[in-house]
Write a new protein. Structure first.
Length: 135
């Protein structure tokens, strides 16, 4: 996986509303955010994107798919491959912000294809001598 630079930003306005939770109303804030990085895995209703790599760690954001999710640059899920550079638009919902009972949930609304990594080239002594390099 190639190094990716963190790229999380607010891509749309906030929506705040009060929601009934038993005997009280609690604030719920919903925002649309985006992260860009390399696909670490995809499957079982979720995707993991490596959004930052340092010398000592890889930072992965794992997000479930929403039922309304759209694909941009892919025709279907089977085209998404490990290592693809993608942008994920996701909905983030925060219930009871700044309170001890705060809860956060996220779900992917759109996967945007950006690029596919170059295939790795295998160089062997035989390929150098013959002038043929295999991928």
């Amino acid at each position: 996986i190639s190094p990716a630079k963190a790229s999380t930003f607010l891509s749309a306005g906030k929506d705040m509303k009060m929601v009934d939770r038993g005997d009280k109303k609690v604030p719920v804030i919903t925002t649309m955010e985006e992260v860009e990085g390399d696909v670490g895995y995809v499957g079982n209703g979720s995707i993991g994107v490596v959004y930052e790599v340092t010398e000592s760690a890889e930072y992965v954001m794992s997000l479930p798919f929403s039922e309304e999710m759209k694909l941009d640059g892919y025709k279907n899920f089977s085209e998404i491959k490990r290592g693809d550079h993608v942008g994920l638009e996701y909905e983030k919902t925060v219930e009871s912000p700044d309170m001890p009972e705060m809860r956060t949930s996220k779900k992917v609304m759109k996967i945007r294809f950006i690029s596919r990594p170059e295939p790795e080239v295998e160089i062997t002594e035989e390929s150098v001598l013959s002038g043929k390099v295999t991928q």
